[in-house]
Ligand binder design. Structure first.
Ligand code: CTP
Length: 467
């Protein structure tokens, strides 16, 4: 018996008593209660009509209820919680679809059809046994041991709803649990069934894995059970090491996962983490052996940035500024390190600031995370050089305000001053001014830019065009 100190649960219990039905909180809330994780999504299962109880509760707490008749569910918001009501169900599935055939059932039928024992526990809400834990599949024992196990034969559970194979990996990563061996074997056997699950739902789970404390765990599990090549072939292609004349390149899959974990330690930004996952994605496509150098991956940052678009499209990730941000980081990910290997000139730093704009700090985080060498002396040198780059970035930014810099002279002003039609000369003058600022030949200031424009106009604009 536990202390469910939430008055809304008492109220639901009272309504259920009045209506002569049984009601239970089930699933994620119960799991998270024991794990001391906050849970704002509450699932209530009613042995009878969930909708009827939801409607009475909505009136009592003056909230609006949304009813989904086809699914037999109702949802209402109360304070910062979302409470979903459903009648206990017994489900069976057809081979070719995730859509179940549904009939009314008992609490145990309902618990049977859930994904994992730790997600199949329920708290009673009726007065007679308020707070009692109903746990027919020993979910508590698995929760204590940190194990994910299906309540039924795993082949049935996964074949009924193949998304659960991805959820197993997601929960294992998020909660740092292990997947029970027989459950894991069933994922291996049923992995091809993932093809009937929509990309959106898989991507939602991937986002949760990426947002975990140590995301590599999930991708290693995907690889181990054979799901990786089905749901993320580009990432799977990073695996492996080739050796020519005794020279090996690093395994880009393990390297990528290390970079992702490193970024995860520094930032909770989902898209920065995606950039980490994709930063070397074009290495397999650009790999070459050159006698004089060894293994090369020339242009992988450019090809990679292009691949980001296709990956976002196929995974149904947002095709908006988030994608552009990831593309930009992939494209620029070698720049800070390249900079730190040469003498760090003001003009190189200015150019980097100009191209990265507000994303410069994220780019530096990614680049630092990218240093995964096992050679400590090498890492120390890199890190020291990085400090130089960071200091220089700060100095230049304070002095020249290059971040989000717009050249002080635009094409309109050039056309107006010299009465020019839109033509290539306008672009050339504009870009010469921008280059002069980035190279530090003139300052980022209107007067100096105007003077340079006048000087350039003398030689660049042909006499016949001058009015
Ligand atoms: N469930 C299931 N199979 C699925 C999805 C959900 O059996 N494919 C069940 C589980 O019992 C789960 C509950 O429905 O606990 C609620 O699902 P959901 O809200 O998606 O997950 P939570 O377990 O609450 O976890 P999270 O909020 O982290 O997604």
């Amino acid at each position: 018996m536990i202390q469910l100190n939430n008055s809304i649960f008492r109220t639901i219990g009272e309504i259920a008593d009045e209506q002569g039905v049984k009601a239970y909180v089930i699933g994620g809330f119960v799991r998270d209660y024991y794990l001391h994780r906050e849970c704002k999504d509450i699932d209530v299962v009613v042995i009878g009509s969930g909708i009827a109880i939801a409607e009475i509760l909505a009136e009592k707490v003056k909230s609006k209820v949304s009813i989904f008749k086809n699914f037999g569910t109702a949802m209402l918001r109360y304070k910062d919680m979302e409470i979903e009501f459903v009648g206990a169900r017994k489900e069976s599935y057809r081979k070719d679809s995730r859509k179940p055939v549904v009939e009314d059932g008992t609490l145990e039928d309902d618990q049977n059809r859930r994904d994992f024992t730790v997600n199949a526990m329920a708290f009673a809400l009726n007065k007679e046994n308020y707070g009692e834990l109903l746990d027919p599949f020993k979910g508590m024992k698995d929760l204590d041991a940190g194990i994910l196990r299906t309540p039924l034969d795993p082949d049935i559970t996964f074949s009924d709803d193949p998304l659960r194979m991805i959820r197993a990996v997601r929960f294992a990563t998020q909660l740092d649990f292990e997947i029970a061996p027989e459950t894991f074997e069933a994922i291996k056997r049923n992995r091809e069934r993932i093809s009937i699950v929509s990309k959106e739902r898989i991507t939602t789970e991937l986002d949760k894995i990426i947002m975990s404390k140590k995301p590599s765990k999930g991708f290693l599990l995907f690889d181990k059970c054979g799901l990786l090549e089905l749901i993320f072939p580009e990432l799977s292609a990073l695996k492996g090491v080739e050796v020519i004349k005794g020279k090996a390149h690093k395994d880009n899959f393990f390297h990528t996962l290390k970079v992702l974990d490193n970024v995860a330690e520094k930032s909770d930004e989902l898209w920065l983490r995606w950039a980490a996952l994709l930063h070397d994605i074009a290495k397999p496509r650009t790999k070459a052996w050159e006698e004089s150098i060894g293994w090369t991956f020339h242009g992988h940052e450019v090809v990679g940035a292009k691949m980001v678009k296709n990956i976002f499209r196929s995974m149904k990730l947002p095709m908006n500024e988030k994608m552009k941000y990831v593309q930009k980081l992939v494209l620029l990910h070698l720049r800070p390190i390249a900079l730190s290997q040469e003498e760090v000139t003001d003009s190189a730093v200015r150019r980097l600031l100009f191209e990265a704009g507000d994303d410069i700090d994220d780019l530096m985080t990614l680049c630092e995370a990218d240093i995964t060498s096992g050679n400590n002396a090498k890492v120390r040198i890199y890190m020291r050089n990085f400090e130089v780059v960071r200091t220089k970035l700060k100095e230049i930014e304070e002095k020249d305000r290059i971040r989000n810099f717009q050249p002080p002279i635009d094409g309109g002003l050039i056309m107006k001053t010299y009465n020019l039609p839109p033509c290539s000369i306008v672009g050339e003058i504009k870009s010469a001014i921008k280059e002069a600022i980035l190279d530090g030949k003139i300052e980022n200031d209107y007067e100096q830019a105007y003077a340079l424009m006048e000087k350039l106009a003398e030689t660049m604009i042909p006499k016949e065009l001058k009015s």
